[in-house]
Each structure stands twice: as C-alpha cells, then as structure tokens.
Design a binder for this molecule. Structure first.
Ligand SMILES: C[S@@+](CC[C@H](N)C(=O)[O-])C[C@H]1O[C@@H](n2cnc3c(N)ncnc32)[C@H](O)[C@@H]1O
Length: 250
C-alpha cells in the first residue's frame, strides 16, 4: 500500500502519544531497513556530507534518530553527540550502535538544552511528525541551541499540495498510525523562515517510483542573523491549498 494514503480522524493534540506508540511498534522494522528518511544515500555519502559540517571537536544534535543509522555516522565524526528520541524502543536500538552518544528519551518540545551549544543539528524525517502550528516552536528551539555559524540540516518529503494529519504508515506492515505533515515547498520554506532559518542548500531526490508519496529533499539551513517579527516570509507568496510547484520541477 502507498505510504500516507489513509487518513485517520484523531484529535491533533494527541500527536506525541500517538507517534510514540507507532515508533515503538516500528522500531524493529526500522532496525532492519536501510533507514535515514528513505533519502537513498549510502553511508559513505552521508559521511562525506556530515564531515563538511562537523569535526572531532564539534558538538552535534540529532533530533529523532530512530534506530540510529545516521547517529552512528555522526557520533563517529564528532567530539560530542546528543540525540533526542521520543520512542524508548528506538532509543534502545540506537544506543547499541552509538554507546558514546548521549541519547535523551523525550519529546523535543519538552527538552531544555544550553544556548548556542551545537555546530550541527540534524533532523532526518522527523520535522514532518508535527502539526504545522507546532513547527515554529520546535525550530525556535533549534535556533536557540545552534551556534551562530552552525547548520541545521533535515530530510523530509515535498508535495505539490500541502496536507497533514494522522495517516496509516502504508510502507510498513501493521497499519501503524502517526502524525505526518506533507509539506509543499512553500509551507516548509515559511515554517523555516518563521523559526529563524534560511535555506542555504537543498538536494532533491528524483523519484523513479510513480506511486511514491512526495519527493525526498535534504535541506541545509543557516540561522538568520536578524529575526523579524513572526509572520509570513516576506520573500514568498502566501501558501494556498493549490500551492506552488515543488522546487526543481518545471
Ligand atoms: C520517521 S522516523 C525517522 C528515523 C530516522 N531519523 C530516519 O531518518 O530514518 C522519526 C523519528 O523521530 C522521532 N520523533 C518524532 N517526534 C518526536 C518528538 N516530538 N521528539 C523526539 N523524537 C521524535 C520518532 O520517534 C522516530 O524515531
């Protein structure tokens, strides 16, 4: 079954508990699959990417490491690695692979960390587990925790039309439901801007599969130097349901 096809009517305020339950149940399937937000890079490609942003004296944070494939790569490159993971089952698997990483089992919105602590914050397929209204608050935390010259990198999917809600995860057996934000490029760009970031670089992964739900993107952001009052990104049009074309498409 195609991923994210069936929407389930649940109260959006329940999303942390619903997501924790789903990712606990999915943890062993994540362990055996080639995870990393389904962004199809090899370990060597990820290693090369991260080594451009961190070194042996760097501090890095991974938000939502899942079963820890990328965490292992980051923690082998970095002086200090922290991860915040909602699912205790996922965190237990990640800990086996990265015993030197400091893995905090918590909702990222309930964690307090030091200001300007990290050179890199990475969120692989995790920023889309929030309702749009919650995303600026998450990104503002990343903005606070990131050093002035640090980088925030993420993977997610981009969709021609924005949608969000509780979806059945169709690419895994078991009919697990979790909150899934299907960003349009416009909505994602606005959320990043509101959270204090501007996009420095983005890599779109072409989908060969006509059934695939959205196109995977890896984004790299830097902190905006001056925060304007929260509001719409002055450089983009308002996003409407018809939305703009996904970046990279004509
Ligand atoms: C789709 S999985 C991605 C796992 C891995 N990063 C990857 O790229 O395959 C999303 C992960 O983010 C975690 N997560 C979702 N919401 C979270 C939150 N509010 N706080 C901490 N972790 C969260 C989930 O438990 C899950 O392990």
């Amino acid at each position: 079954m195609k991923d994210n096809l069936i929407k389930v009517p649940l109260d959006s305020r329940t999303y942390p508990a619903v997501n924790r339950k789903a990712y606990n149940a999915l943890s062993h399937q994540y362990r055996t699959q080639n995870e990393a937000g389904e962004f199809g890079w090899t370990d060597a490609q990820w290693r090369e990417f991260f080594s451009r942003h961190v070194g042996s004296h760097s501090n890095a944070l991974e938000f939502g490491p899942g079963s820890g494939r990328i965490l292992e790569i980051i923690s082998n490159l970095c002086g200090n690695t922290t991860a915040v993971e909602l699912s205790p089952e996922m965190a237990a698997i990640a800990r086996e692979k990265s015993p030197n990483a400091n893995i905090i089992i918590a909702d990222i919105k309930r964690v307090e960390l030091e200001r300007e602590l990290f050179d890199l914050i990475f969120a692989g397929a995790s920023i889309h587990n929030f309702p749009t209204t919650e995303i600026p608050a998450v990104l503002e935390r990343f903005h606070r925790w990131l050093k002035t010259d640090g980088r925030f990198a993420f993977t997610t999917t981009l969709h021609e039309k924005h949608d969000e809600g509780f979806f059945i995860k169709g690419d895994f057996p078991g009919n697990h439901v979790r909150y899934r934000n299907k960003f349009s490029a416009c909505v994602l760009e606005q959320q990043l801007w509101r959270g204090g970031f501007e996009i420095q670089d983005s890599i779109l992964q072409k989908n060969e599969d006509p059934e695939a739900d959205g196109e995977w993107v890896l984004g790299v952001c830097k902190k905006r130097r001056f925060l304007v009052a929260p509001g719409i990104n002055p450089r983009t049009q308002a996003c409407n349901s018809a939305s703009r074309q996904v970046h990279g498409k004509s």
